[in-house]
Design a protein around this ligand. Sequence first.
Ligand SMILES: [Ca+2]
Ligand SMILES: [Ca+2]
Length: 125
Amino acid sequence: MQKPVLALLLVLTLGAIAIVWARPDLVVPKIALVKNGEIAYDFNGDGRIDHVEVWQSGVLMTLRQDTSGDGRFDAFAQYLDGQPVVLEYDLDHDGVIDYRSQFVDGKERIEVLEDNAFVPVRKKE
Ligand SMILES: [Ca+2]
Ligand SMILES: [Ca+2]
């Protein structure tokens, strides 16, 4: 007497498994969370922001970090198509950028600040 009910349940269960197996996107909607705008982090937990990402429609545009933990940003990156194109650092943490790395045609060009001017650094090849 209960056999038709069990059979129906079995069919429904197998049907549900088939749907989940064939089209998981129908059962679990994709999370439409696209990063946008500025996202700030306090990674070292000292109450001061030390990592800021700027996103546009899910694409990382720029990044800045306080690597020394003095509350001042000392590392900056600009991205194009998800790849870093310009990296700038304030290595001595005086608030002035003194190291710049640019990627031009896949080649890295490094400049350092000397006497208030950026001077190219030639890499030994
Ligand atoms: Ca911090
Ligand atoms: Ca500096």
